[in-house]
Design a protein around this ligand. Structure first.
Ligand SMILES: Cc1cc2nc3c(=O)[nH]c(=O)nc-3n(C[C@H](O)[C@H](O)[C@H](O)COP(=O)(O)OP(=O)(O)OC[C@H]3O[C@@H](n4cnc5c(N)ncnc54)[C@H](O)[C@@H]3O)c2cc1C
Length: 380
């Protein structure tokens, strides 16, 4: 019997992957309601600049996840420039998916797959210090925050994501609108500056009142409940606590520049199951699979932290045919001498060392086992 703590995406992915390998699995969650992290809303899998199409990746891993809506266009808006578009004719730039405990959501589909595989769910139970094999308890610390609402009854272009860079509304982050079909959209503003987290409701109000592209989108729509959720982007030295394997955002597996974490929740769950059933080294597996991606994203975060509104227009316009992330990556390598590359890498390594000192996931141990204590592991 393998025991998993945390019934979010990463815990469910681990449960499914372990069951597919013939293991008996139980999964517990302190919340008595499954899928309560997000109300009905839309997230997007990043598909641009991934070597494998996300839909194929999901299939390859054995997850029964459908209802992904391909999105081919992104409209990027800076503080004062006119919008710049990127369109990809063939490979979708993103796949939109529903979140929350609703029909056809990512959460619901994984839950149903796990249930069908006879996983034993123990909802309403906090982590207990007994034979836990996998820790999947979500963001351990807060490095970013998202605040938003989901809207129904809108009329939107279901093939386009709106991406808005402006520190007055999304400090060091970005605001976005992700459609799900033509009549639903989630609008969210994010911050990657913890000193502004308490201002998120006001920043969101400001966004939907003052920025026409967002106010126009949701005019007269039916508004769902607000969600204010933290994220944790980190690159651990090891994602193990003694013999326990840590998956998803509990380990900080999320891209530090934009906070994309769903892919890593699924992949780390799959790899944890592989490590447990094949007696392989989990750290070697996740590092081989995606540590490089996390480091690239962290490099872009370091660059984004250095720039602000004055550079965002330039960033968006000069990169008309690229996404903002691709542009930053391009700038990093364009005409960069070998010596400069070496300096960038040294700087990144130094910043990763500092990050590892600041957030130590070993602190999870000893606190996770006290009911409710994990709630207080989120300092700004
Ligand atoms: C606003 C917002 C928008 C996002 N948008 C995107 C996006 O568009 N694309 C993308 O790729 N990523 C996005 N992400 C990131 C993505 O949602 C996460 O990376 C992913 O959901 C993490 O899943 P997880 O299973 O690791 O953690 P969680 O989903 O947080 O699950 C953790 C579970 O553990 C339980 N738990 C915690 N402590 C205990 C305990 N002590 N005992 C028992 N149970 C416990 C919790 O109740 C919870 O159910 C977004 C994040 C936020 C905050």
């Amino acid at each position: 019997m393998k025991t998993i703590v945390g019934c979010g995406l990463s815990g469910l992915a681990t449960a499914v992957a372990l069951s597919l390998k013939g293991e008996e699995v139980e999964i517990l969650d302190r919340s008595s309601v499954f899928g309560s992290k997000f109300p009905e809303s839309v997230h997007a899998f990043r598909n641009y600049s991934s070597s494998v199409d996300e839909r194929d990746f999901i299939k390859m891993r054995g997850f029964s996840i459908n209802f992904l809506k391909p999105i081919h266009k992104i409209v990027k808006i800076g503080p004062s420039s006119s919008p710049a578009e990127t369109y990809s004719k063939d490979k979708p730039l993103f796949y939109a998916t529903k979140r929350g405990d609703v029909k056809a959501s990512l959460d619901r589909q994984l839950f149903e797959q796990a249930d069908g595989l006879q996983v034993n769910f123990r909802l309403g139970e906090a982590a207990i210090p007994k034979e836990v094999d996998v820790i999947a308890t979500g963001a351990t610390f807060a490095t970013e925050m998202g605040y938003g609402h989901h809207y129904k009854g809108v009329s939107v272009d279901g093939d386009t994501i709106i991406f808005f860079l402006n520190d007055d509304y999304a400090p060091k982050g970005y605001a976005y609108a992700i459609p799900y079909g033509k009549d639903e959209v989630s609008v969210v503003t994010t911050s990657f500056d913890p000193s502004t987290f308490n201002k998120m409701p006001a920043l969101f109000k400001h966004l939907i009142e003052k920025v026409p592209v967002f106010s126009g989108l949701i005019d007269g729509a039916e508004k769902g409940p607000a969600f204010a959720k933290i994220g944790f982007s980190y690159i651990p030295d090891s994602a193990k606590l003694k013999e326990m394997l840590i998956v998803g955002e509990a380990a900080g597996f999320s891209e530090a520049d934009r906070g994309f974490g769903m892919h890593y929740a699924l992949e780390s769950g799959f790899l944890a199951a592989k490590a447990l059933t094949e007696k392989a080294d989990y750290d070697a597996l996740w590092k081989g699979a995606f540590e490089g991606e996390l480091v690239k994203a962290f490099k872009r975060r370091l660059m984004l932290n250095r720039i602000g509104n004055a550079q965002y227009d330039q960033l968006i316009n000069a990169g008309t045919n690229m996404s903002a992330d691709e542009y930053v990556r391009y700038k990093e390598t364009q005409n960069t001498s070998l010596i400069k590359q070496v300096l960038i890498n040294l700087h990144t390594a130094n910043e990763i060392r500092k990050l590892r000192k600041k957030f130590n996931i070993k602190q999870l141990n000893g606190r996770l086992w006290v009911p409710g204590a994990a709630d207080s592991i989120n300092p700004s």
